[in-house]
Every structure is written in C-alpha cells, then in structure tokens.
Design a protein. Structure first.
Length: 81
C-alpha cells in the first residue's frame, strides 16, 4: 500500500491559471476541473471509472480534489438568519 501524501502536497496538485478554463481550479494544469471531478463523484461515478475516462488523472488527483473541497468548506462562515 502506498503511503498517503500530506494534505499540503496533495493541494499542490490543484492549480489555478487564468488561461486554463477561465481560472477555475484544475488538476495539475490539465483541462479537468475540480468541479468536474466533484460532480462526478457526487453523482456516484466510481473512482476507477474516472481514472479510465481520464487516463491522465492519478488516484492522488482525486484525493487532492476532495482535500481542496474540504479546505474551501472549512473557510465557509454561516451566519444565522
């Protein structure tokens, strides 16, 4: 079993470049957005299928997407109405 990468190392896989997908967060500068992977996972697409559909993706990329989403949610503030 491979050792897990630290969270900061995983987050380095998420990149933002205004010239790629209008600056949306992507995986390693590829034209695969974090949102695209999250929506697929939320729809129940298995990781194995994502890796087959996007051969340039690596398992660590999917973990990076989840770590990135968790970081964004952790920063969210909810105020009572």
């Amino acid at each position: 079993m491979k050792a897990l990468q630290p969270k900061d190392k995983l987050l380095e896989r998420v990149t933002v470049n205004p010239k790629v997908l209008l600056g949306k967060p992507t995986i390693r500068g590829l034209r695969i957005s974090v949102e695209q992977i999250l929506r697929a996972l939320a729809a129940g697409v298995p990781e194995e299928d994502l890796l087959k559909d996007y051969p340039e993706l690596e398992p660590e990329d999917i973990r990076a997407v989840l770590a990135y989403a968790a970081e964004r949610i952790a920063e969210e503030q909810v105020f009572p109405v």
